[in-house]
Design a protein around this ligand. Sequence first.
Ligand SMILES: *Cc1c(COP(=O)(O)O)cnc(C)c1O
Length: 393
Amino acid sequence: MASVRSDLAPDTLAVAAGRPPREHDAPINPPLVLTTTYHETRAPEPGDRIYARGSNPTWDPFEEALAALEGADLPALVFGSGLGAAAAALSLVPPGGAVVMPRHAYAGSLGLAADLAAQGRFELVQVDIADTAAVLAALTALAARLDAGSVMLWLESPTNPMLEVAELGVLTAAAHAAGAVVVADNTFNTPIVHRPLEAGADVVLHSVTKWLAGHSDVVLGALVTSDAGLRERLLAHRTLYGAIAGPFEVWLALRGLRTLALRMERSQGTAASLALRLADHPAVRRVRYPGLPSDPGHERAAAQFNGFGGIVSIELDDVATADALVAAVRLWLPATSLGGVESLIERRRRQPAEPLTVPEALVRLSVGIENPEDLWADLDQALRRAAGRDGGL
Ligand SMILES: *Cc1c(COP(=O)(O)O)cnc(C)c1O
């Protein structure tokens, strides 16, 4: 790959990083390489590709571009899914250690950590990640009885789907003082909005499935770190446990990454305007969006982030109203997942795995890039119909 200057802005890096070298007649885009194995004409040496569970040329430009975006010194590691990446990250906790996780982290991450905890791999401590004092107390209590290096602090900020905002700098400093490794799930923010490595995280996790790839057509994950020792262990986990990515998916993800900044700008702009209007809507009981000045996470998000993201959660009066809303939209798509060009709507507690402290009538909106007025008109008509459903509308 050709190297790209790291002082460039993120929106430029998304376009310029991960390109083949400038050579006459060479393509400007990396090729899709479909192979399981590589010619060997001499004895293998470190860094040779050898077999495609270990390495694929189509991964390299994506891994380089994501590292550039997150401000990492080393190439990212792409995985077959976000949870595949999460499993590798959790493998860094030594047996008998502990993981501190937000009680409203992504349900799959919580489910994976709970499964490993039930097997006796480590202890799982769930915290309100917005309550800095509670997180610090949990870290101090664990540091007092466990060996240094055996605790992991798992950050997700804003949380999915409650959109709580953590005090990242304070938490990473305290975690390091307690000898803990910090993993930050940056799926919601993307590096356009926030770069957790700069706030002290050791490893950044992405469900590439969401905003990075951005078109709801691939499932992928990634880890990013500037720590060579950690990266070596994560790479070894990927190769040994085999949660590798298909090259075509990674090729599509790099294509999606090129427009990340534009898509985020549009989604965030629309999310902010929808959140304001939803806050005034008689059928909406509460809006959760860090961009709203009245939101409990607003000050922290404004101080830490370069934007407020494209996810808005709203609470309706009851489950029936929430379900009626989801049933009444015509443009928004009723579906799980998030971060694609198309706007999605979902009552999260439909999913049995969702934490029970997420309100039953909470509906998560993933704001896409359609015309903002079309999105509002559809939500507004659906809210009216949902709220007035007993009136025979
Ligand atoms: C979807 C998601 C994941 C899991 O990623 P997959 O690609 O679905 O395996 C992890 N964290 C967050 C915040 C997510 O939204």
